[in-house]
Design a protein around this ligand. Structure first.
Ligand SMILES: *Cc1c(COP(=O)(O)O)cnc(C)c1O
Length: 231
Protein backbone atom coordinates (compact mmCIF):
# COMPACT_ATOMS: atom_id res chain seq x y z
CA UNK A 1 0.00 0.00 0.00
CA UNK A 2 1.11 3.53 -0.69
CA UNK A 3 -0.82 5.34 1.96
CA UNK A 4 1.36 8.42 2.10
CA UNK A 5 1.35 8.89 -1.69
CA UNK A 6 -2.39 8.29 -1.80
CA UNK A 7 -3.09 10.90 0.86
CA UNK A 8 -0.88 13.39 -0.91
CA UNK A 9 -2.59 12.69 -4.21
CA UNK A 10 -6.04 13.18 -2.69
CA UNK A 11 -4.96 16.41 -1.03
CA UNK A 12 -3.69 17.70 -4.37
CA UNK A 13 -6.94 16.74 -6.05
CA UNK A 14 -8.96 18.47 -3.36
CA UNK A 15 -6.91 21.64 -3.76
CA UNK A 16 -7.14 21.56 -7.55
CA UNK A 17 -10.88 20.90 -7.61
CA UNK A 18 -11.53 23.62 -5.05
CA UNK A 19 -9.49 26.16 -6.98
CA UNK A 20 -11.13 25.24 -10.27
CA UNK A 21 -14.52 25.87 -8.75
CA UNK A 22 -13.48 29.17 -7.22
CA UNK A 23 -13.32 27.89 -3.67
CA UNK A 24 -10.76 28.18 -0.92
CA UNK A 25 -9.15 24.72 -0.55
CA UNK A 26 -8.44 25.42 3.11
CA UNK A 27 -12.11 25.29 3.95
CA UNK A 28 -12.33 21.64 2.87
CA UNK A 29 -11.62 18.98 5.45
CA UNK A 30 -10.30 15.55 4.50
CA UNK A 31 -11.72 12.93 6.84
CA UNK A 32 -9.91 9.62 6.41
CA UNK A 33 -12.29 6.67 6.66
CA UNK A 34 -10.43 3.89 8.43
CA UNK A 35 -13.18 1.25 8.74
CA UNK A 36 -12.05 -2.37 8.23
CA UNK A 37 -8.38 -1.38 8.47
CA UNK A 38 -6.14 -2.42 11.35
CA UNK A 39 -4.65 -0.09 13.94
CA UNK A 40 -1.25 -0.59 12.27
CA UNK A 41 -2.60 0.65 8.96
CA UNK A 42 -4.34 3.58 10.60
CA UNK A 43 -1.07 4.45 12.35
CA UNK A 44 0.58 4.56 8.94
CA UNK A 45 -2.02 7.01 7.74
CA UNK A 46 -1.52 9.16 10.84
CA UNK A 47 2.22 9.14 10.26
CA UNK A 48 1.54 10.16 6.70
CA UNK A 49 -0.30 13.23 7.91
CA UNK A 50 -3.93 12.17 8.33
CA UNK A 51 -5.48 14.27 11.07
CA UNK A 52 -9.13 13.37 11.10
CA UNK A 53 -10.24 9.75 11.12
CA UNK A 54 -13.69 8.20 10.84
CA UNK A 55 -15.27 4.88 11.69
CA UNK A 56 -18.76 3.56 11.14
CA UNK A 57 -18.99 0.81 13.76
CA UNK A 58 -18.88 1.31 17.52
CA UNK A 59 -17.32 -2.04 18.38
CA UNK A 60 -14.63 -1.68 15.77
CA UNK A 61 -13.81 1.84 17.02
CA UNK A 62 -13.63 0.62 20.61
CA UNK A 63 -11.20 -2.10 19.61
CA UNK A 64 -9.06 0.04 17.36
CA UNK A 65 -8.69 3.51 18.82
CA UNK A 66 -6.92 2.44 22.04
CA UNK A 67 -4.38 0.52 19.98
CA UNK A 68 -3.24 3.52 17.96
CA UNK A 69 0.29 4.66 18.71
CA UNK A 70 -0.01 7.93 16.84
CA UNK A 71 -2.30 10.79 17.77
CA UNK A 72 -5.26 11.90 15.76
CA UNK A 73 -6.80 15.33 16.06
CA UNK A 74 -10.38 14.28 15.56
CA UNK A 75 -12.44 11.11 15.56
CA UNK A 76 -15.65 11.24 13.53
CA UNK A 77 -18.47 8.73 13.71
CA UNK A 78 -20.13 8.25 10.32
CA UNK A 79 -22.15 5.06 10.78
CA UNK A 80 -25.67 4.29 11.81
CA UNK A 81 -26.01 4.99 15.54
CA UNK A 82 -28.17 2.59 17.50
CA UNK A 83 -29.45 4.15 20.70
CA UNK A 84 -28.21 1.24 22.84
CA UNK A 85 -24.66 2.02 21.70
CA UNK A 86 -24.62 5.67 22.77
CA UNK A 87 -22.94 4.98 26.08
CA UNK A 88 -20.21 3.06 24.28
CA UNK A 89 -19.63 5.75 21.67
CA UNK A 90 -19.48 8.80 23.90
CA UNK A 91 -16.35 7.91 25.91
CA UNK A 92 -14.51 7.91 22.55
CA UNK A 93 -15.30 11.62 22.34
CA UNK A 94 -16.35 11.90 18.71
CA UNK A 95 -15.67 15.39 17.39
CA UNK A 96 -18.63 15.02 15.07
CA UNK A 97 -21.36 12.43 14.57
CA UNK A 98 -22.35 12.70 10.90
CA UNK A 99 -25.30 10.41 10.88
CA UNK A 100 -28.24 11.45 13.06
CA UNK A 101 -31.52 10.68 11.32
CA UNK A 102 -33.92 9.72 14.10
CA UNK A 103 -35.47 11.93 16.75
CA UNK A 104 -35.73 8.97 19.12
CA UNK A 105 -31.96 8.39 18.95
CA UNK A 106 -31.29 12.13 19.20
CA UNK A 107 -33.42 12.28 22.37
CA UNK A 108 -31.55 9.41 23.96
CA UNK A 109 -28.25 10.99 23.03
CA UNK A 110 -29.41 14.28 24.50
CA UNK A 111 -30.48 12.58 27.75
CA UNK A 112 -27.12 10.90 28.06
CA UNK A 113 -25.30 14.18 27.43
CA UNK A 114 -27.48 16.03 29.93
CA UNK A 115 -26.59 13.60 32.71
CA UNK A 116 -22.90 13.88 31.93
CA UNK A 117 -23.07 17.64 31.47
CA UNK A 118 -21.71 17.36 27.93
CA UNK A 119 -22.65 18.67 24.51
CA UNK A 120 -22.15 16.93 21.19
CA UNK A 121 -21.67 18.25 17.67
CA UNK A 122 -23.76 16.39 15.13
CA UNK A 123 -24.84 16.50 11.50
CA UNK A 124 -28.18 15.40 10.17
CA UNK A 125 -28.03 12.70 7.54
CA UNK A 126 -30.27 13.26 4.54
CA UNK A 127 -31.20 10.60 2.01
CA UNK A 128 -30.79 12.57 -1.19
CA UNK A 129 -30.62 9.58 -3.52
CA UNK A 130 -34.04 8.23 -2.61
CA UNK A 131 -32.67 4.68 -2.34
CA UNK A 132 -34.62 2.76 0.28
CA UNK A 133 -31.45 1.02 1.43
CA UNK A 134 -29.92 4.31 2.51
CA UNK A 135 -30.22 5.90 5.92
CA UNK A 136 -31.21 9.51 6.36
CA UNK A 137 -34.33 11.61 6.55
CA UNK A 138 -36.08 12.75 3.40
CA UNK A 139 -35.08 16.23 2.21
CA UNK A 140 -38.62 17.52 2.76
CA UNK A 141 -38.55 16.36 6.37
CA UNK A 142 -35.64 18.61 7.32
CA UNK A 143 -37.55 21.68 8.45
CA UNK A 144 -39.74 19.67 10.83
CA UNK A 145 -36.76 17.67 11.99
CA UNK A 146 -34.84 20.84 12.85
CA UNK A 147 -37.80 22.17 14.79
CA UNK A 148 -37.83 19.03 16.95
CA UNK A 149 -34.13 18.40 17.31
CA UNK A 150 -33.39 22.04 18.17
CA UNK A 151 -35.25 21.48 21.44
CA UNK A 152 -32.54 19.04 22.50
CA UNK A 153 -30.17 21.56 24.01
CA UNK A 154 -27.17 19.32 24.58
CA UNK A 155 -26.94 18.73 20.84
CA UNK A 156 -25.23 21.23 18.58
CA UNK A 157 -26.44 20.72 15.05
CA UNK A 158 -23.65 21.81 12.74
CA UNK A 159 -24.86 20.87 9.30
CA UNK A 160 -25.84 18.12 6.92
CA UNK A 161 -24.45 14.88 5.56
CA UNK A 162 -25.41 12.69 2.64
CA UNK A 163 -24.19 9.66 0.73
CA UNK A 164 -24.58 10.28 -2.99
CA UNK A 165 -26.14 7.79 -5.35
CA UNK A 166 -23.71 4.99 -6.16
CA UNK A 167 -23.92 5.38 -9.90
CA UNK A 168 -21.65 6.00 -12.88
CA UNK A 169 -24.14 8.65 -13.98
CA UNK A 170 -22.36 11.76 -12.81
CA UNK A 171 -25.31 14.04 -13.39
CA UNK A 172 -27.49 12.08 -10.98
CA UNK A 173 -24.81 12.11 -8.30
CA UNK A 174 -24.35 15.83 -8.84
CA UNK A 175 -28.08 16.37 -8.49
CA UNK A 176 -28.01 14.73 -5.02
CA UNK A 177 -25.17 16.97 -3.87
CA UNK A 178 -26.74 20.03 -5.42
CA UNK A 179 -29.94 19.34 -3.53
CA UNK A 180 -28.11 18.97 -0.22
CA UNK A 181 -26.27 22.23 -0.78
CA UNK A 182 -29.59 23.96 -1.47
CA UNK A 183 -31.02 22.67 1.82
CA UNK A 184 -27.83 23.75 3.58
CA UNK A 185 -28.09 27.29 2.24
CA UNK A 186 -31.84 27.52 2.84
CA UNK A 187 -31.46 26.58 6.48
CA UNK A 188 -28.55 28.86 7.30
CA UNK A 189 -31.10 31.38 8.43
CA UNK A 190 -32.95 29.48 11.11
CA UNK A 191 -34.35 30.63 14.44
CA UNK A 192 -32.58 28.05 16.61
CA UNK A 193 -29.59 28.87 18.78
CA UNK A 194 -28.18 25.33 18.62
CA UNK A 195 -28.54 24.89 14.86
CA UNK A 196 -25.93 26.22 12.46
CA UNK A 197 -25.21 25.25 8.89
CA UNK A 198 -21.44 25.07 9.05
CA UNK A 199 -20.50 21.66 7.70
CA UNK A 200 -21.67 20.05 4.50
CA UNK A 201 -20.37 16.48 4.62
CA UNK A 202 -20.54 14.89 1.19
CA UNK A 203 -18.20 13.13 -1.20
CA UNK A 204 -16.39 9.80 -1.00
CA UNK A 205 -13.72 8.11 -3.13
CA UNK A 206 -15.80 7.98 -6.31
CA UNK A 207 -17.53 11.31 -6.12
CA UNK A 208 -15.58 13.74 -3.92
CA UNK A 209 -14.67 16.03 -6.81
CA UNK A 210 -18.31 16.45 -7.79
CA UNK A 211 -19.14 17.02 -4.13
CA UNK A 212 -16.53 19.77 -3.82
CA UNK A 213 -17.83 21.40 -6.98
CA UNK A 214 -21.25 21.36 -5.34
CA UNK A 215 -20.07 22.97 -2.11
CA UNK A 216 -18.92 20.18 0.20
CA UNK A 217 -16.57 21.16 3.01
CA UNK A 218 -16.03 17.70 4.48
CA UNK A 219 -15.08 14.78 2.24
CA UNK A 220 -14.95 11.26 3.72
CA UNK A 221 -12.44 9.12 1.91
CA UNK A 222 -11.41 5.51 2.46
CA UNK A 223 -10.68 3.36 -0.59
CA UNK A 224 -8.67 5.95 -2.48
CA UNK A 225 -6.24 5.96 0.45
CA UNK A 226 -6.21 2.36 1.65
CA UNK A 227 -7.33 0.45 -1.42
CA UNK A 228 -10.40 -1.70 -1.67
CA UNK A 229 -11.94 -2.85 1.60
CA UNK A 230 -12.07 -6.56 2.35
CA UNK A 231 -14.90 -7.45 4.71
C1 LIG B 1 -17.18 3.83 3.97
C2 LIG B 1 -17.72 5.19 3.99
C3 LIG B 1 -17.06 6.24 3.32
C4 LIG B 1 -15.79 6.06 2.51
O1 LIG B 1 -16.06 5.41 1.32
P1 LIG B 1 -14.95 5.26 0.15
O2 LIG B 1 -15.73 5.06 -1.07
O3 LIG B 1 -14.12 4.07 0.55
O4 LIG B 1 -14.13 6.48 0.11
C5 LIG B 1 -17.62 7.51 3.41
N1 LIG B 1 -18.75 7.75 4.11
C6 LIG B 1 -19.41 6.78 4.77
C7 LIG B 1 -20.64 7.11 5.51
C8 LIG B 1 -18.91 5.47 4.73
O5 LIG B 1 -19.59 4.51 5.38
Amino acid sequence: MHIKENIEKIRKEIIETAKNSGRNPEEIKLVVVTKTHSAEIVDEALEAGAKYIAENKIQESEDKLPKLKNKYEEFHFIGHLQSNKIKKLMPMRPTLIHSIDKISTAKKLNNYLGKENLTQNILIQINTSGEISKSGIEPNELVGFLEEISQLKNLHIQGLMTIGLNSPDESKVRQNFHELNKLFELNKNNPYDNVEMKYLSMGMTNDFKIAIEEGSNIVRIGSAIFGKRIY
